[in-house]
Design a protein around this ligand. Structure first.
Ligand SMILES: [Zn+2]
Length: 415
């Protein structure tokens, strides 16, 4: 059990946890108790105090949950929990695919059950205390049930297909698996707003009126092929606001949260939309998709090499406490997922660098084609309302932020 792979996997888990703690610590102690001068123009002292308390509460809470899940993972790994679970399931299940599905299914349910009390505390205590929560216990329970159902149908379905490919084609599985993942993501993109989203929210077309005509005027001015604008009842769960694009080609849709419409002027909403259109015009969406497909392609190829390498595959299985000379597929999938973590960290870091650059470009597009002042005022309003951390530590931003901090965006827009 305590072979080289055991040491590598343990080190990756510990390193990942420590890195997170260091970054969190830096960010946590960055907050000054006094309002910074450059924020004073749009943050009142009271709002700042509230944001300070909200962020501190959130940080402490995630320290608790992260530490707990880290300890559980380490103990389960070091004490041979994965081998123990495998030992219980294996005698009763002949098929390699069904055994793997049962194994992952049980791990999923167990980790979800552990997380439920924390999720309840986060929604009904923390978010409630700061005035964001609109979720009722009934919505919470139904959301849970619906997402279980989706996980079983969609997650179970795609996992079955991928496991079947591995077990039938062995080391040649990766190219077919890639095609399946490719087709699956494109389908999900097409049907997200028509099939998945309506399970959780009501979508209705934006009513005729001032806002709709302003959006249509803007779209025709910048030659954006506007199809449909929808309003979603985000207010059902939280007072936090958002807007997004979904789908592509003729299925393209713009979705605005009712909470966003409620709190902003027409000029501000058009400017927010102009930012989103900027992402589309600068081809950010399609570029991101191509990059993520390339990553999947390479990852699946490396997965096939590791999974079917004679000594590595047996070594990984042994590291999880299963003796013998047979590699166990589902154990090795978990092992390789952990081995990929440092790679994912680096890819995510580059992804965030690119994403922050794209945000500046989309802001620039909005400034040039819509109203920069209105965008700035919408961004300020949203930050203040969401009690965002307006002055995060640069190291934290470098690793985790997909969007530049507000102050940088405002400076860049004014330059
Ligand atoms: Zn953006």
């Amino acid at each position: 059990m305590y072979n080289t792979y055991f040491i590598i996997i343990l080190s990756i888990l510990v390193f990942g946890f420590l890195l997170e703690r260091i970054l969190d610590h830096l960010n946590f102690h960055r907050w000054k108790s006094d309002l910074l001068e450059k924020l004073a123009s749009f943050y009142s002292k009271e709002e700042y105090k509230k944001a300070y308390q909200y962020n501190k509460t959130k940080d402490r809470f995630s320290l608790l949950t992260d530490s707990l899940s880290f300890i559980i993972m380490i103990l389960f790994f070091v004490l041979g929990g994965f081998a123990w679970l495998n030992g219980i399931l294996e005698p009763g299940i002949d098929s390699e695919i069904l055994l793997a599905l049962a194994f992952f299914g049980i791990l999923f349910i167990a980790s979800d059950l552990i997380s439920i009390p924390f999720s309840i505390y986060n929604t009904f205590v923390i978010e409630e205390k700061f005035g964001f929560n609109k979720t009722t216990p009934r919505i919470f329970v139904f959301d849970k049930l619906k997402s279980y159902l989706l996980t079983i149908v969609i997650g179970g379905g795609i996992s079955y297909v991928l496991l079947w490919l591995i077990s039938e084609l062995r080391e040649d599985f990766w190219l077919y698996a890639f095609l399946v993942v490719l087709a699956f993501s494109i389908l999900m993109n097409f049907f997200y707003t028509t099939l998945i989203l309506p399970l959780f929210n009501k979508l209705k077309p934006l009513e005729e009126g001032e806002l709709k005509s302003a959006i249509e005027d803007f779209a025709s001015k910048v030659k954006f092929p506007l199809t449909k604008v929808f309003v979603i009842d985000g207010s059902k769960r939280s007072s936090k606001a958002n807007a997004f694009f979904s789908g592509f080609g003729r299925k393209k849709k713009i979705v605005l949260y009712d909470t966003l419409i409620e709190k902003h002027t027409t000029e501000e909403l058009v400017a927010v939309l102009a930012h989103e259109v900027g992402h589309f015009k600068k081809k950010h969406i399609i570029k991101n998709m191509v990059v993520s497909f390339l990553q999947t392609f390479v990852m699946l190829y490396i997965l096939s090499l590791l999974l079917f390498h004679e000594t590595i595959s047996v070594g990984l299985t042994n590291a999880f406490g299963l003796e013998g000379t047979n590699a166990v597929l589902h154990i090795n999938l978990i092992a390789i997922a952990i081995l990929f973590e440092p790679v994912n960290l680096i890819l995510g870091l580059f992804g965030n660098i690119v994403s922050r650059k794209y945000e500046f470009q989309a802001d620039r597009f909005a400034v040039e084609n819509s109203n920069g002042e209105a965008l700035a005022s919408a961004l300020k309003k949203m930050s203040a309302h969401h009690l965002s951390n307006l002055d995060p530590h640069p190291a934290y931003v470098f690793f985790y932020y997909s969007h530049p901090p507000l102050i940088q965006r405002l400076e860049e827009m004014n330059s």
